[in-house]
Design a protein around this ligand. Structure first.
Ligand SMILES: NC(=O)c1ccc[n+]([C@@H]2O[C@H](COP(=O)([O-])OP(=O)(O)OC[C@H]3O[C@@H](n4cnc5c(N)ncnc54)[C@H](OP(=O)(O)O)[C@@H]3O)[C@@H](O)[C@H]2O)c1
Length: 255
């Protein structure tokens, strides 16, 4: 089966392309540096020829409110329109657990817009909402600075490894479309501030993490369970302590 992975050179995308190939599929990594740009449409008609499935694991280079909205709206519109012409049978997109509860955030308004375009299109689809990646914990600290301290709310979340994300998305990509949303998450729950503190300690990053009930996540207020997936979520196997011992925890993308 030909599967085109938009963002196939990224953190999840590169793992996904390898896994699909290991399972005998023709997986094609599509990204600007392979000549495919979903914002301009460049290379899309060519790469989608003969494709049965498209998996969109791309991300916006800028998370500024208007830039990220423009990225997900324009690229999703282009992609769905070229897919319709090419006769693609399944559009799979990676989104985030709780997206619909996070509309105070510019980034999540863009993900809501992406999901809406997919739901309204004529292409059969599956939206995969994942929890936060272990690889993103330092990034979470970086976007949560107030002065010289990290401010994070002490609410629950259920993060997972990017490798487990790629495994789950790969399985879903070769299953029939459900025209709905599947949630995926990690095997354990933590408090956001506690796990980011542990991650920074492991990285010997001296920043202090303050548990601040009023702190926002990417601009959105959180309640105790905003980031927690429902009881039907498919759970990855990799525990945080195990992931910390793996090369992935030391890779530049996870730094
Ligand atoms: N971080 C988290 O905790 C988390 C949790 C749940 C869901 N997600 C979702 O997971 C998805 C992927 O995240 P990631 O961290 O794997 O992303 P990433 O490593 O930043 O990779 C992004 C990919 O998108 C490509 N891209 C950028 N602009 C493009 C364009 N105009 N046309 C085609 N491709 C383009 C990039 O290509 P270049 O490298 O060539 O620019 C790269 O391959 C995102 O949609 C995000 O919302 C993230």
């Amino acid at each position: 089966m030909k599967v085109v992975v938009i963002g196939g050179t990224g953190l999840v995308g590169s793992k996904l392309v390898n896994k699909l190939r290991e399972h005998g599929h023709e997986a094609v990594a599509a990204a600007p540096n392979t000549g495919v740009n979903t914002l301009t449409g460049e290379g899309l008609a060519e790469v989608l020829k003969g494709a049965s499935v498209v998996v969109d694991v791309s991300n916006s280079p800028s998370w500024e409110d208007s830039a990220v909205l423009k990225f997900f709206e324009t690229s999703t519109r282009n992609l769905l329109s070229y897919e319709a012409t090419a006769g693609v049978k399944h559009h799979v997109a990676l989104s985030v657990v709780g997206t619909d509860r996070l509309s105070e955030s510019g980034y999540f308004r863009a993900k809501i817009a992406q999901e809406k375009l997919i739901k309204e299109s004529s292409i059969p689809y599956t939206i995969v909402q994942a929890t936060q990646f272990f690889e993103f914990l330092k990034g979470l600290a970086d976007i949560s600075m107030v002065g010289d301290k990290v401010h994070l709310p002490p609410v629950l979340f259920q993060p997972m490894s990017a490798d487990d994300v790629a495994t789950a998305v790969g399985r879903i990509a070769v299953e029939p479309p459900i025209n709905g949303t599947v949630e995926i998450g990690g095997p354990e729950q933590f408090r956001v501030d506690e796990l980011v503190r542990q991650r920074l300690t492991a990285l010997k990053d001296p920043r202090e993490v303050s548990a601040d009930p009023n702190a926002r996540y990417s601009g959105a207020r959180l309640s105790e369970k905003t980031l927690v997936p429902g009881s039907n979520a498919r759970l990855g196997e990799t525990r945080f302590e195990t992931w910390l011992t793996q090369p992935a925890a030391h890779a530049q993308k996870a730094a």
